[in-house]
Structures are given as structure tokens and as C-alpha cells.
Design a protein around this ligand. Structure first.
Ligand code: NAD
Length: 484
């Protein structure tokens, strides 16, 4: 644990809702906490269902005008917003570290990564296509246009407070959709600061509203039943995703769902074990393990299991834990005490079933919600940690023998977001890439996110894709126009 350090001052952030292009302070407020101390950083406006209704009315009013703007105009606005985010990188990063906990270097990385969705989709706005073809029978012509879906509700999680928002706002605005964003109550400040950036960039009123609240369901339920809302895009847990899908089904509302994961990290017997340890550390510890793409379970061939376990144990035990704003910290606090309790319970369950700790294993004392970087070896197949997303700095290692068994273990989950594996054999790399039931596969690398690639999962990890050329299609509706 890093030595105690004073808490830096929170940079000025908007504390009202973004409604109608302005900051609005309608009534109730709630506190946003620093997970490194548990203290309240600031109080901000708490959006009510009435604010949600105002935001939807604004979005509906703004929709036709926004859809009719020249694509170049939307592109330039998004480009300006990207420039402003990058110009304010340090401010965004400090706000993010204070409300979410991740080390400053990672927050700066997220500002670059999250900002990039605004630049990428600025470039996509002017490439929205369509097609024209002749009917195979020769009896007519087919024109297909791509039109904006319309007013969209975006609901985002706390783990990437900027990127999870920009990955929705970028393509929605580029496509000509208006949007309401409900950020996670744990981390609304980054998104409120992004609202300032869009105001400074000259976004017309009503195109983007930002509505933090502590009562998500009260805000979103009436919106989901309103026929003027045309799409829901959600990033969060599978449990909440299922609930929202049930609500959306009532009106056959178009949805995109980026849900939970349980990423396997498979090390085959022919892998470069040192490289696999380095990749494992990245795949596990990025964002303190609080990533939907985080490697959740390590399936390691019996021939290299002892070497891999020793290597990962050494690297994990060297990590410095502490507040994200302290110098040289590599692992921040978990988001809440509740999250830390869940992590501790999953560790205890594995130990009760026969796993052993090779480093870490405990919550750290003192203020803030810290947990030691932990490696669990010999984790038995019935341990909950192999089935459930741990969302914390814990690596669970289990053995296997033979390629088929490794692939079967990796696929033995209802989730299918990311998967990683290490091998030196090209044929195996191709075979296993195809056999893994996941939306994203990392081959000999521990990171899979890229602005230019489709991000998303199969099975209970979600529906649809964000980013890449696929990302904007989620906000466009093809229309077939039959011509003589
Ligand atoms: P969560 O599902 O608890 O919350 C996500 C968002 O939904 C928050 O804004 C929350 O306020 C809101 N919400 C919660 N209950 C709601 C309800 N009844 N009605 C409307 N909105 C509601 O998830 P979380 O704890 O914030 O985030 C962690 C989860 O998100 C993990 O499971 C993680 O895997 C997943 N995640 C997925 C991706 C992805 O791209 N697939 C990315 C990041 C996180």
C-alpha cells in the first residue's frame, strides 16, 4: 500500500443536469464519493422523472433539425469536442480518478481512448452510405437509404466513466440521432464535464441531455414506455440488461446491449510463458480488474502451470496499491465497499473449495475500498469465481490438459465477451480463434479494445456492436424504397 497522500482538489465541474443545452439545478441533490477515502467529493443535481420527460421532449423537438444538418457539420462539431477533451486531458483525468479510483496514468489513457470515439465517428459521419441496385428479376430498382433511428436513451456504467459514454454519443450524434445519457450514480462528474465540452463546441440545445440520478429505474421506466423514444443503448450488468430488455420488449424498442463478461485467458503448453504472464497482468489488472473485458479465469496447460503461476504471483505481488492520485500507484481502490465485499466472498468461496492463495487474498485496512492484488492457484471447477465476474484484482488459475479441454473450459460459460489465449503455433491460433465463443479474441496479447474494431459480445454478453464501422449502423435504420 502506498503511503498516505493528501487528496487533490476536485477541478471545477458542472453540478447541474444538462437540459436544453444548459446547466439546470432543479431540486434534489446527491453526493459523489471518492472511493479512495469514502468521503463525499461534491453534491450534484439528482434527475427526477419530470427531468427525464423534459429531456425527451427536448430531444424530440431537436431531432428533425439535427437529422437534417449536413453530415460535415455534425462531423466538425464532434471533431471540436474531441479537440476540447484532449485539451482538457489532465482535468478530465483527475476528475475521473477522484470519482472512480483508477490510477491517474490509466485515467489519462481513458481520456485518449474515450475521446477517440468522438474523432473516429466525426470521420464516419460523412461516410454514411446507402445503395442502389436492380432487382434480380429485372422488374424494378431498389434504393436503400440510411436514416437516423431517432431519440435514443444511453445508460452507462461507472467503470469507464468517459469511454462508455463517448462510445454511444459519438456514433449517435454522427448518425443524426439526439440522445439522453444517464451515467452511473457513482461516476457522473466526468459525463457532466463532457456536457460542458459539447456546450463549448456549440452543440444545439436538446441534442444531448445528461441526467445523473440515484434512482435509475424511476427515470428510465417512463422513458422506455414512451413511443417517441426510438432506441435504448445500455452498458452494464447482464442482470440489469435483461430487465431493460423485458421493458423494451413492450414496445419492440430497438436495443444495443453491452453486458457482463467472464473472459477466459488460456495458456497452451507451447506458449511463450513470460509473454503470457505480461499479457495476463494487463488483461487482469487494467482498471483494477473492473473491466468487462478483464480476464476472469486463467486456464493454464498442466505442463506450464507451475511456471505461469510463479511468474504471475511475482508480478502481482510487486504492484503498488493506493489512491489513484498518489505517485507510482498501479492499483486503485474498488468502486464501493459492496464491490469489495463481493470480491472477498468469491475469494473465500474458492479457498473453501480447496484453492490456495499464492499472493494477496485480503481487503486492506484503513479508509477507502482497497483489496490486495491476489492470485489463487489450483482453483477447482466448482468455485464460483470461475463462473461469476469478479470485477476486482483477483486472478484465479485452473489447469487443463490438451487443446480440446482448454477450449471447452474457455467456452463453459453463459457469457461471451472477450477471450484471450497464448500459443506459438499458427494453426492452433487460427483453430482456437474460430472455436472460442466470444465477440472479441486476443491472440498473444492481453488487450482487445480499439476504436476501429467492433466491440461487443455473444451469448449473455450482449446484442450489437459499438465502435468500428459497425458502431454507427446501430444508430441507423435502413429504408428500402422500391422504384419502377
Ligand atoms: P449495473 O448494471 O449495475 O449499472 C449500469 C447502469 O445501469 C448504471 O448507470 C445504473 O445506474 C443503471 N441501472 C441499474 N439498474 C437500473 C434499472 N433498474 N433501470 C435502469 N437503469 C439501471 O452495472 P455496473 O455495476 O454499473 O457496471 C458493471 C457491469 O457492467 C459489469 O457487469 C460489466 O461487465 C458491465 N460492463 C460491460 C461493458 C461492455 O461493453 N460489455 C463495459 C463496461 C461494463
Amino acid at each position: 500500500m502506498s503511503a498516505s497522500v493528501s487528496v487533490p482538489a476536485l477541478p471545477p465541474v458542472p453540478t447541474g443536469l444538462w437540459l436544453g443545452g444548459d446547466q439546470v439545478h432543479p431540486g434534489p441533490v446527491f453526493g459523489v464519493r471518492n472511493p479512495a477515502t469514502g468521503d463525499v467529493l461534491i453534491e450534484i443535481a439528482d434527475a427526477t422523472p419530470a427531468d427525464g420527460a423534459t429531456a425527451l421532449a427536448d430531444a424530440v423537438t431537436a431531432q428533425p433539425g439535427w437529422a437534417a444538418t449536413a453530415p460535415r457539420e455534425r462531423a466538425e462539431l464532434l471533431r471540436r469536442a474531441w479537440e476540447l477533451v484532449i485539451a482538457r486531458r489532465d482535468e478530465f483525468a483527475l476528475v475521473m480518478t477522484l470519482e472512480m479510483g483508477k490510477p491517474l496514468a490509466e485515467s489519462r489513457g481513458e481520456v485518449d481512448y474515450g475521446g477517440e470515439f468522438l474523432r473516429w465517428f466525426a470521420e464516419e459521419a460523412v461516410r454514411i452510405g446507402g445503395r442502389y441496385t436492380r432487382s434480380p428479376s429485372g422488374t424494378g430498382r431498389i434504393l436503400v437509404t440510411e436514416q437516423p433511428v431517432g431519440p435514443t436513451l444511453g445508460i452507462t456504467p461507472w467503470n469507464f466513466p468517459l469511454a462508455m459514454g463517448t462510445r454511444k454519443i459519438g456514433p449517435a450524434l454522427a448518425a443524426g440521432c439526439t440522445m439522453l445519457i444517464k451515467p452511473a450514480a457513482e461516476t457522473p462528474l466526468t459525463m457532466l464535464l463532457l456536457g460542458q465540452v459539447f456546450a463549448d463546441a456549440g452543440l444545439p440545445p436538446g441534442v444531448l441531455s445528461i441526467l445523473p440520478t440515484t434512482n435509475a429505474a424511476a427515470l428510465t421506466t417512463p422513458l422506455l414506455t414512451d413511443p417517441r423514444l426510438r432506441k435504448l443503448t445500455f452498458t452494464g450488468s447482464t442482470a440489469v440488461g435483461k430487465l431493460l430488455l423485458r421493458q423494451a420488449a413492450e414496445r419492440v424498442l430497438r436495443t444495443s446491449m453491452e453486458l457482463g463478461g467472464n473472459a477466459p485467458f488460456v495458456v497452451f503448453a507451447d506458449a511463450d510463458v513470460d509473454a503470457a504472464v505480461t499479457g495476463a497482468l494487463q488483461a487482469k489488472m487494467r482498471n483494477t480488474g473492473e473491466a468487462c473485458t478483464a480476464a476472469n479465469r486463467f486456464h493454464v496447460a498442466d505442463q506450464v502451470r507451475a511456471e505461469f503461476t510463479a511468474g504471475l504471483t511475482e508480478r502481482m505481488s510487486e504492484l503498488t496499491v493506493g489512491p489513484g492520485y498518489a505517485p507510482d500507484v498501479q492499483v486503485g481502490p474498488l468502486i464501493t465497499d459492496r464491490q469489495r465485499t463481493t470480491v472477498a466472498e468469491l475469494v473465500q468461496d474458492a479457498l473453501d473449495r480447496g484453492a490456495r492463495v499464492t499472493t494477496g487474498g485480503n481487503a486492506l485496512p484503513g479508509p477507502g475500498w482497497f483489496f490486495e492484488p491476489t492470485v489463487l492457484a489450483d482453483v477447482p471447477a466448482d468455485a464460483r469465481i470461475l463462473r461469476e465476474e469478479v470485477f476486482g484484482p483477483v486472478a484465479a488459475i485452473a489447469g487443463f490438459s490438451g487443446e480440446a479441454a482448454g477450449v471447452a473450459a474457455a467456452n463453459d460459460t453463459e457469457f461471451g465477451l472477450a477471450a484471450y489465449f497464448y500459443t506459438r503455433d499458427l494453426d492452433r491460433a487460427l483453430r482456437v480463434s474460430e472455436a472460442l465463443e466470444a465477440g472479441m479474441v486476443g491472440v498473444n496479447r492481453g488487450v482487445v479494445s480499439d476504436v476501429a474494431a467492433p466491440f461487443g459480445g455473444v451469448k449473455e454478453s450482449g446484442l450489437g456492436r459499438e465502435a468500428g464501422t459497425e458502431g454507427i449502423a446501430e444508430y441507423l435504420e435502413p429504408k428500402y424504397i422500391a422504384l419502377p
